[in-house]
Design a protein around this ligand. Structure first.
Ligand code: HEC
Ligand code: HEC
Ligand code: HEC
Length: 369
């Protein structure tokens, strides 16, 4: 189950953004492209002209959508909120807006060294175009060319985010592991789920015709597991009994799903790559849904052995939600009430009852049959 982490964020205490980008480049194995460590950032204004991405109409409005509606645009502002000041105080970091421990995810431009910028970068841009799409200098002048194919653009340095493995690696770098001392200081626990999180981001693109939410879900969970397993492996479990070992529960989920979909192996990174490269079939979604819905017995039997059933239940309900959203509408409709009931039962970790949850899951499974 051991795979290399995406990014040595916590071994080198601060993984600055350019390193983070380089890491996911390397992990993404982009069709023949080498990680371009020396590529420079131009900043969001470089993408914003009205004939490029700052104009009207669906095809030209990406900057407008991000600027007006994307929470990433404001990620930097969060660091001035009272809650951030409290977190930083508890973690003894001083001003959160000036601490690389916070800016690495909330204001990535703050950490880009002068040698890697074309222009002065505005840190108030928060999480910006190039944070997800890759530093723009090498592709800025060519990526719009009508004769450029996707492969041409990727080779020029524009990250291929239509590849779900590449996309998952891009998001997971900021959306899964936050160091335990920051969690103890009050930072929310991060839960990465590619399909749901991709949908709640204001969409400034069209998904490909063969896009499958269930596939995005699976690739995202496998990548999240890889990151969690790595974080758990380097954490003193005795010192952090309450936050450790989420990887065991997500490991259970991913293994069950992989088996149902017919993916061989247990290494989460290999599973993510394999699933991303597969032509996903509705039958795979249905098989995973069935396998997960039939797991009621595992909540009832010997709770001590099943680790953290409340966390397992939380992840299971999120999984059912995404798989049902990717299923035919009549299937989703059929178990609407049962799913809502499961959500309610998984909501509070401290009040969680494995027996009640198990009974509710059985009801959902019976309706699906
Ligand atoms: C450089 C770090 C970084 C990257 C890369 C990143 N995010 Fe985020 N994201 C954040 C931060 C920080 C917040 C919290 C913003 C706030 O409220 O201050 C956030 C918030 C969000 C939210 C709203 C809160 C939530 O979890 O529902 C969504 C949705 C989201 N991101 C989706 C994505 C997706 C999808 C990707 C990949 C395509 C992605 N993000 C890539 C840092 C990042
Ligand atoms: C590994 C990336 C990462 C690091 C490091 C990080 N954050 Fe976050 N932070 C996030 C993401 C992602 C979210 C959104 C969580 C969600 O809504 O699911 C978030 C959410 C928050 C929120 C809640 C925002 C809201 O509206 O609910 C606060 C406050 C916050 N972060 C402050 C900080 C502070 C202060 C630091 C430094 C001590 C910090 N963060 C470090 C990624 C990070
Ligand atoms: C949180 C990550 C994130 C940020 C920030 C972000 N994007 Fe995107 N963008 C994506 C993803 C994911 C896709 C889908 C890629 C695909 O399927 O080809 C995408 C797609 C696009 C597309 C392709 C549109 C289409 O329909 O094919 C353009 C153009 C684009 N983004 C421009 C921008 C610009 C300009 C900015 C900044 C103003 C920006 N993006 C910020 C994640 C991001």
């Amino acid at each position: 189950m051991q795979s290399k982490p995406l990014c040595p964020r916590a071994t080198i205490p601060i993984c600055s953004l350019w390193l983070l980008l380089a890491c996911s480049w390397a992990a993404g194995g982009l069709v023949g492209a080498e990680p371009v460590l020396s590529s420079r950032f131009v900043g969001a204004p470089g993408c914003a002209s009205s004939s490029c991405h700052g104009g009207a109409g669906e095809k030209r409005s990406q900057w407008v959508s991000w600027n007006a509606a994307d929470v990433h645009r404001r990620a930097n502002t969060t660091l001035s909120a009272r809650r951030s000041v409290q977190i930083a105080e508890a973690a003894k970091l001083g001003d959160p807006a000036a601490s690389p421990r916070c800016t690495v995810c909330h204001a990535p431009f703050a950490d880009v060294p002068a040698t890697l910028r074309v222009n002065a970068l505005d840190r108030t841009d928060g999480v910006s175009c190039e944070t997800c799409h890759g530093p723009a200098e090498p592709y800025l002048r060519s990526h719009w060319r009508p004769d450029f194919t996707r492969v041409d653009r990727t080779l020029a340095g524009l990250r291929d985010l239509s590849n779900l493995y590449v996309r998952a690696n891009t998001c997971v770098a900021c959306h899964q592991n936050v160091d335990f001392d920051l969690q103890l200081a009050g930072h929310p626990e991060l839960i990465f789920e590619l399909d749901g999180q991709t949908r709640s981001e204001p969409r400034h693109w069209k998904e490909a015709k063969d896009f499958s939410g269930a596939q995005a879900w699976f690739v995202g969970q496998a990548v999240a597991l890889r990151e969690m397993a790595w974080q758990s492996g380097k954490t003193d479990q005795k010192a952090h009994p309450n936050v450790g070992r989420r990887d065991l529960e997500v490991g259970w989920l991913v293994r069950k799903a992989a088996k149902a979909a017919g993916f061989d192996g247990e290494d989460p990174d290999a599973l993510a790559k394999l699933a991303a490269a597969t032509r996903w079939k509705p039958a795979a979604t249905a098989a995973i849904l069935k396998a997960l819905a039939s797991s009621a017995g595992e909540f009832r039997a010997n709770p001590a052995k099943s680790g953290r059933p409340e966390i397992r239940a939380e992840r299971l309900v999120l999984a059912l939600d995404r798989l049902l959203a990717a299923s035919p509408p009549e299937t989703e409709k059929k178990v609407e009430t049962e799913l809502a009931d499961l959500f309610r039962r998984a909501q509070s970790r401290s009040d969680f009852s494995p027996a009640d949850f198990s009974a509710a899951l059985e009801k959902l499974a019976a309706k699906l049959d």
